[in-house]
Every structure is written in structure tokens, then in C-alpha cells.
Ligand binder design. Structure first.
Ligand code: G3H
Length: 526
């Protein structure tokens, strides 16, 4: 293994004992769980122990829930009733403190989840930008509602209000960005929150605990550590959670929402799994298609919900595509996250290489071949991406969301074949469509937009830019996330109405002049 640059070496054991409840950074004295990295610090391979985190349970979960409920105060709390401009100020304070932690967080992203240095930096910077964009968008939303409308003799002052207590759970592949894409809009809209970091990418949250504590009133953000089953399940069982915000898989989302005794009260904001296909038509520009498919299938080793997880290539070009694509896969550079030009990096889940091997074995036993020379080669913490062809529907790699380095390829002669598969699929997030002829593309686009929520033309699937809607059909999502949509997903329209008469008009006039109400306000926030 290469020697590790000094600035990225792990020199201390991070004993994370602090957790945030009701504005207090408490010290944990119970059981802890060690946090490992699958990256070795020594010449002979050995996982690196990075630190430890509290292994919390029901009592702490209940304390966090009480704190969040207290801060919401049945709608009377300081936070939900605060003037928008003051909430924005708290968020500005938070993001300012967060920016100072960039190096620490980027380093932990690399060690905890094996994300490359440029991608880890991008995850951090994109999140900071997301927060600033959210602030601007909220100002705009507020400005647009700083008015009264009148219909049928009734005036209305309509705004968006918070929903209550939000339980926030993020995924390990974007432990900062995706978690914050839920948490930040939830907080800024006046909700109070309980947040538990993902199973990997936990320590990188700890440099932000103080920023959360000092930026928001007590109880607005509560941060717990431990297993979802031990911490999130008891919270849901109380029926006191108003919003379950989760990016992860539908199994955990379903298990959690089923714990809630009154499902009608629970709003869901979910970003779930997907099996996004690439469809390559016979006239596709192969150079561009191959580059986009490499990025789509293997960025961050395929551990993205938006990754291309199955490729459909037209019979006429399949041989050429497979040859060139497989060669490019084998040319990718594997190494540690800080290595220059690295594209494939260690897998954070120790069991992932064995799982990918199972998918390969199953596919090969059912007739698929590994098309690239290095496909399936094992390393201490990695398995080289195998390009499998021909893949059939009875194979596990076709049915399961692999979330790792393996690429199933099918060929087709009739476009109805991939379209039927997509219609039958449990997922409906995005598709990549490669081709040039507009007469072929047009009817396809018109169909595909109804099967998924984003059709990427001659481009790989992706979530960004974050101002665009991120959602999905079927088991892939519930509600929509984007800078703009997330503010809507975490709030509800609520308003003050009054009949047009002298008494009401005078009262409202006085209300506005006195500037006593934080809700009834026509102030423009610049
Ligand atoms: O895991 C799913 C992410 O939302 C993917 O985001 O397309 O920007 O990598 P990305």
C-alpha cells in the first residue's frame, strides 16, 4: 500500500462521547461501538480503528424526543414561532461554523466511507452551497407570501408553517450531503429534529456538534448515536413523530413507518433505492456513451442511489460496446481515497466484496460471462467491478440493487424489451437514454418521463444540480427534494383569513404596524 500523506494520517483515536439533547452536549458513559475503516494504515493489511461512538438505546431516544417536542411546544415554541429572518440568522451562524471544519470532515469522509479526496471535498462544498441556496430560497418563499389576497370578500395571508417533530436518518454513501439535504430544510422551516447519523460516516458529524448546539435554541436539533432499531424504532412507536425523513432503503423506511401507531399523521420524505437503467440505441455516440456509463455505473464504486445499475445495449452495437466499456473498466485506477487520479476506492462495508461475489457466482451459474479481465479480482477491501453479459431476469444481479462495483448488461433488439422491464420494475427514479435520431428519441422520451422522474439524454443519471427536483416513482421515493421542493416537503400551507369589514381591516392594520406577530408580516427579507 502507498504511504499515507501526513495530513491524512490518523494519529488519534476519536473517542466520541458527546451527544446533543435539549441544547446540552451530554457525556455518554454507557457501552460504545468501535468505528473501523476498511483502509489500512500499515503495510500489512489491517483495518484501521478510527474511534468509538455511543451505543444508545431507548432512554436516550425518549430524552431526544421529549426535547424535540418541548422545543416545538405544541406550536408555541420559540423556534416554530420565530420570525423567518431570525431563523435564517441562526442558520447563517451554523453554516459559518461548519465551513471552518472542512478539513476535518473531508478527512473523515475519506477514512470512514472510502470516498476519494476530490469527491469528499465536493460533498462538503456542495452541502455548504446547499445551505446557502436554501437560505436564499426561503427568503424568496417568504417574500412571495408577504401579502394579502382577497377572494369573495375574504382576505387571506398565506404562508408555510412547520409540521412538528422530524426524525431524520441519512445514508452512508452521502453521510453529510444527503443527511443535511433533509435536516437543513426541516430545521429552517421551523420544525424540531432528532437526527441519527448513518452506520458509516458517523464520526464526521462530531466536529459539528458544537455548531449545532450554539446556533439553534435548545431542543431544535437533537443528535443521537446507535443502531436504528434501538434508537429510531422506539421514537416511532410513540406516535409523536410528525415527519419521517429518510434516505436509505425501502425496507428500513417501511419497518419504521409501520411502528407509528397513526400512519395518517405521519408525513414521509423518503429517498429510496433505485435500479436506474442505461438504454443505448444503435446510433449512440459510443465514445460519449462509454464515458457516461463509466461515470454512471462506477462513480463511488456504484454506491449511489442514482448509479446506473443495469445497462441495456442494442444488439447491433453490443460487441463493440462491451469490448470498449470493459477495457475502460479495467483501466480505472484503484487506490486509497487520497491517491492521485483514483477512481475506485475501498468499500466501507467489510461484507460487500463477498456479497458482490455472490452476485457474480449466481449470474455465472445462470449463463453470464465476465467480460473484463480484472472482473471479480479480490483485494483486501475491494472487488474489481465485473462486467456481466448476458444478464437475464432470473439473476440476482438483475433483481437486487447491487449498490457496489458490478455491472449487469443485457442486449435488446426491440425497444419494448427495456420499456417493459422498466414498467415491471419496483423502481422508478431515473434513466439514461443514449441516441441521436429525434424520431426515435421523441416517443421514447414521452414514455420514459412517465416511468421515471428524470430522463438523462446522453448523460449519466445523477441527483445534481441540487436545485433540480430529486424524486422517484414506486419504491424509489416519496415527496420531492430540491433546494426549493424540500422547503415545501417539510412544511404545510397555513394562513390567517378574515372577512372584509371595518373591524378586521383595522385590526390587521394595527397588527402590521405594531410588528408584534412573526407570522402576520409583510416585511421583505432582503
Ligand atoms: O445516493 C444517491 C444520491 O442522491 C446520488 O447523488 O447523483 O449526486 O451522486 P449524486
Amino acid at each position: 500500500m502507498n504511504s499515507i500523506p501526513e495530513e491524512f494520517q490518523i494519529n488519534e483515536f476519536i473517542e466520541q462521547k458527546k451527544y446533543l439533547i435539549n441544547g446540552e452536549l451530554k457525556t455518554w458513559s454507557g457501552n460504545t461501538t468501535e468505528v473501523f475503516s476498511t483502509i489500512s494504515s500499515t503495510e500489512d493489511y489491517k483495518p484501521t480503528v478510527l474511534g468509538s461512538i455511543p451505543d444508545m438505546g431507548e432512554p436516550e431516544a425518549m430524552a431526544a424526543l421529549d426535547a424535540a417536542m418541548g422545543a416545538y411546544g405544541r406550536g408555541q415554541g420559540v423556534w416554530p414561532t420565530m420570525h423567518v429572518k431570525d431563523r435564517i440568522e441562526c442558520m447563517e451562524n451554523f453554516v459559518g461554523q461548519m465551513e471552518a471544519k472542512r478539513d476535518k470532515i473531508v478527512k473523515l469522509l475519506m477514512w470512514e466511507i472510502g470516498k476519494s479526496l476530490p469527491d469528499s471535498q465536493k460533498e462538503f462544498d456542495r452541502t455548504v452551497e446547499y445551505i446557502y441556496d436554501t437560505i436564499e430560497e426561503y427568503k424568496e418563499l417568504d417574500r412571495n407570501s408577504a401579502k394579502f389576497q382577497k377572494h369573495d370578500g375574504v382576505y387571506a395571508h398565506i404562508k408555510r408553517g412547520p409540521l412538528g417533530v422530524v426524525l431524520c436518518l441519512g445514508p452512508y454513501n452521502y453521510p453529510l450531503n444527503e443527511t443535511f439535504a433533509l435536516l437543513i430544510p426541516a430545521i429552517i422551516m421551523g420544525n424540531t429534529t432528532i437526527f441519527k447519523p448513518a452506520k458509516h460516516g458517523v464520526l464526521l458529524i462530531t466536529p459539528l456538534l458544537e455548531a449545532f448546539q450554539s446556533s439553534f435554541p435548545k431542543g431544535v436539533v437533537n443528535i443521537l448515536f446507535g443502531r436504528g432499531r434501538a434508537v429510531a424504532a422506539p421514537i416511532m412507536q410513540t406516535g409523536k413523530v410528525d415527519v419521517l425523513a429518510l434516505i436509505g432503503n425501502s425496507k428500513s423506511a417501511n419497518a419504521l413507518q409501520e411502528q407509528h401507531p397513526k400512519s395518517n399523521r405521519l408525513r414521509l420524505v423518503l429517498g429510496l433505492e433505485a435500479k436506474n437503467p442505461a438504454i443505448i440505441l444503435p446510433d449512440a455516440d459510443l465514445d460519449l456513451t462509454i464515458d457516461e456509463c463509466i461515470a454512471g455505473t462506477l462513480s463511488f464504486n456504484g454506491q449511489r442511489c442514482t448509479a446506473l445499475k443495469v445497462i441495456y445495449v442494442h444488439e447491433d452495437i453490443k460487441t463493440e460496446f462491451l469490448k470498449r466499456y470493459s477495457k475502460k473498466v479495467d483501466d480505472l485506477k484503484f487506490g486509497n481515497p487520497w491517491d492521485n487520479g483514483v477512481k475506485l476506492t475501498p468499500l466501507p462495508e467489510p461484507s460487500k466484496p463477498a456479497y458482490i461475489q455472490e452476485l457474480i457466482d449466481d449470474a455465472v451459474a445462470k449463463g453470464a460471462k465476465i467480460k473484463n479481465k480484472k472482473g471479480g479480482e479480490h483485494f483486501d477491501n475491494y472487488i474489481w467491478p465485473a462486467v456481466l453479459y448476458p444478464v437475464t431476469k432470473d439473476m440476482r444481479v438483475y433483481q437486487e440493487e447491487q449498490f457496489g462495483p458490478i455491472v449487469p448488461v443485457l442486449s435488446f433488439s426491440d425497444i419494448e424489451e427495456p420499456l417493459n422491464d422498466m414498467a415491471e420494475s419496483n423502481y422508478g427514479q431515473q434513466v439514461s437514454l443514449f441516441g441521436k435520431d429525434v424520431y426515435t428519441l421523441s416517443p421514447l422520451i414521452d414514455t420514459l418521463v412517465n416511468l421515471v422522474c428524470r430522463v438523462n439524454l446522453n448523460s449519466s443519471c445523477q441527483r445534481g444540480p441540487d436545485v433540480y427536483p430529486f424524486t422517484g416513482r414506486k419504491d424509489s421515493a416519496q415527496a420531492t427534494l430540491s433546494v426549493h421542493d424540500a422547503l415545501r416537503s417539510f412544511s404545510i400551507r397555513t394562513f390567517v383569513a378574515f372577512k372584509d369589514n371595518e373591524l378586521n381591516n383595522e385590526t390587521i392594520q394595527q397588527l402590521l404596524e405594531a410588528k408584534l406577530s412573526n407570522f402576520v408580516s409583510t416585511d421583505y427579507i432582503l
